[in-house]
Ligand binder design. Structure first.
Ligand SMILES: *[C@@H]1O[C@H](CO)[C@@H](O)[C@H](O)[C@H]1NC(C)=O
Ligand SMILES: *[C@@H]1O[C@H](CO)[C@@H](O)[C@H](O)[C@H]1NC(C)=O
Ligand SMILES: *[C@@H]1O[C@H](CO)[C@@H](O)[C@H](O)[C@H]1NC(C)=O
Ligand SMILES: *[C@@H]1O[C@H](CO)[C@@H](O)[C@H](O)[C@H]1NC(C)=O
Ligand SMILES: CC(=O)N[C@H]1CO[C@H](CO)[C@@H](O)[C@@H]1O
Length: 483
């Protein structure tokens, strides 16, 4: 039993050794001093920032040509992130021409106005050479409904505020920012003065461009804020919390998925009380609405026995279609979820285990490959999520590689009915996750002795035998009164 208790300690180093994540964090976390400024060893000769606000969170991609202007080869590039934004960053990825670069987190110093991500090049950039660099990040909770209150059938508008210039720790010689809106309805946007005869921004429809701008220093002196207000015809779906439970049963040849959601809509709230009559009369035309009226889960083909329940019970307004090629679960909440309203529900389904599990070549280990996250295909963000994988009883030496950074992880024994030892389980917690992470895979490998497979039937058999023996003994005891 002492060995079992030490699993937790073993787990952490193993998990980092086994990390297969493409943009895995380097093991060394950099502690950032209060007055840290990256050495000016680079300049950005050309930079194109693209801000995509078509989803309920903001995706920013920056494509750059960077020059090493120092006398030595360089391996680290710092990406400046203003303080107010770093807490809302969901993911941060860096890529060069030859593939992804490792990104090392810097310890967040609450006293400093600027924070940095450290990008570690796979090969040093020699003095005098230039390279291409792409940075992609997603920022959540930065779109606000304006106006905050609307009528039931009114259009919804969201507002975003950011900076005219891309944040950078180095001098940027030339830059432009392109903005991608969800549609052509952009009633308000900041118009800037430009020295050239061109308007700033240029563009129309769903793409606007700010710039080009000449040399900008890291302090961004003279940079203006830009505010954009645009129509958003979909609800702003946020999962306040999500718990995903995956249970593997070798004995039953089954893998069961269950997801529990606490959902809210961060869109504009209703100005007046909700009118069901108006809702029923307009929903016939199926107009765009700021309310959540349906969620669609695209599951792995082969899913079966899907269910959808909420606090009241089975929700009959769901549809499940599953065949060899596809599996869709369409959910209609009991009521349309307008801005500020909540709805909690549970969905679940089963799969044949053989589609997710294989045995390693030496026959020693089992390899389980499942989606880390499934969730609705609609655009959503998750504040908090907890993913639990329950392995069969007797599984040992568990290793796994989460595809996204976690805030905590643990390995423990999960006890269920008829278990003798308890099942090995892993629990992973992540915060501030966006739907783009849906397709990423979680790989769990473990050793499962053949004997363990027989433990459950053996336990049942022993149980029945004990009961039988006991009743046989009882029947043999003479209980008659007054012999
Ligand atoms: C960051 O997220 C919080 C809520 O989690 C929100 O109140 C805040 O405005 C966001 N900050 C920015 C800069 O978007
Ligand atoms: C946005 O534009 C509309 C007209 O397109 C105008 O009526 C409104 O005052 C503007 N709002 C802001 C905050 O500038
Ligand atoms: C739950 O509702 C679905 C309809 O979506 C129905 O097919 C199913 O039989 C119901 N289950 C129970 C247990 O009532
Ligand atoms: C929705 O849930 C949040 C967080 O749990 C809570 O603060 C809020 O009061 C809830 N809103 C309603 C209308 O119940
Ligand atoms: C100091 C130094 O070598 N700077 C060079 C860095 O790279 C750029 C572009 O290749 C050169 O123009 C600089 O002279």
């Amino acid at each position: 039993m002492r060995f079992l208790r030490n699993w937790g300690a073993l787990l952490l180093p193993l998990a980092s050794l086994f990390s297969l994540a493409p943009c895995s964090s380097a093991d060394s976390t950099l502690v950032q001093p209060k007055e840290f400024t990256p050495p000016p060893v680079f300049k950005n000769t050309n930079l194109l920032r693209t801000i995509d606000i078509t989803k309920p969170y903001v995706r920013e991609t920056t494509a750059m040509v960077i020059d090493n202007i120092s006398k030595e080869p360089q391996t680290e590039y710092y990406v400046l992130v203003p303080k107010g934004i770093i807490e809302n960053i969901s993911y941060f990825e860096a890529r060069g021409e030859s593939g992804p670069h490792a990104v090392s987190p810097t310890v967040f110093n609450p006293k400093s106005e600027t924070q940095y991500y450290r990008v570690l090049f796979s090969a040093p950039l020699p003095a005098g050479k230039s390279a291409k660099l792409w940075i992609t990040l997603a920022q959540t909770d930065c779109l606000t409904p304006v106006p905050a209150l609307i009528g039931q059938t009114d259009k919804q508008f969201l507002q975003w505020t950011g900076s005219q210039y891309a944040a950078s720790a180095y001098i940027t010689e030339k830059q432009k920012t392109k903005i991608k809106f969800p549609n052509n309805e952009v009633p308000n946007f900041t118009v800037l003065e430009n020295n050239d005869e061109n308007d700033d921004p240029t563009g129309a429809g769903s793409w606007y461009t700010y710039g080009p701008y000449k040399t900008v220093n890291p302090d961004q002196k003279g940079g203006k804020a830009i505010t954009l207000r645009f129509e958003y015809t979909s609800p702003v779906i946020k999962m306040i919390r999500m718990e995903r439970h995956i249970e593997v049963s070798h004995w039953g040849g089954n893998i069961a998925f269950q997801e529990r959601y606490w959902m809210t809509n961060l869109g504009a709230k209703l100005k007046d009380t909700f009118s069901r009559v108006q809702w029923a009369s307009t929903s016939y035309y199926n107009p765009p609405t700021s309310a959540i009226k349906q969620l669609t889960f695209t599951l792995i083909p082969g899913a079966q026995d899907a269910y959808f329940t909420d606090e009241i019970g089975n929700v009959s307004t769901s549809r499940f279609r599953s065949n060899m090629r596809e599996a869709h679960l369409e959910l209609k909440p009991r009521y349309p979820v307008f801005g500020g309203w909540n709805y909690s529900f549970v969905v679940g389904w089963n799969h044949d285990l053989k589609n997710f599990l294989r045995v390693s070549q030496d026959g020693e280990r089992y390899i389980l490959k499942v989606p880390f996250l499934e969730g609705p295909k609609d655009s959503v963000t998750y504040d908090e999520m907890e993913i639990t994988v329950v392995l069969p009883e007797g599984a040992i030496d568990v290793k796994y590689s989460p595809p996204i950074p976690l805030i905590s992880e643990e390995e423990y024994l999960h006890h269920t009915f008829m278990d003798t030892l308890g099942r090995t389980a892993i629990k992973m917690r992540a915060v501030n996750v966006v739907d783009e992470q849906h397709k990423k895979e979680l790989i769990v490998t473990y050793h499962y002795p053949t004997m363990a497979l027989h433990r459950k039937p053996f336990a049942i058999f022993t149980g029945i035998l004990t009961l039988f023996t006991f009743s046989w003994l009882v029947s043999k005891i003479d209980l008659r009164i007054g012999k």
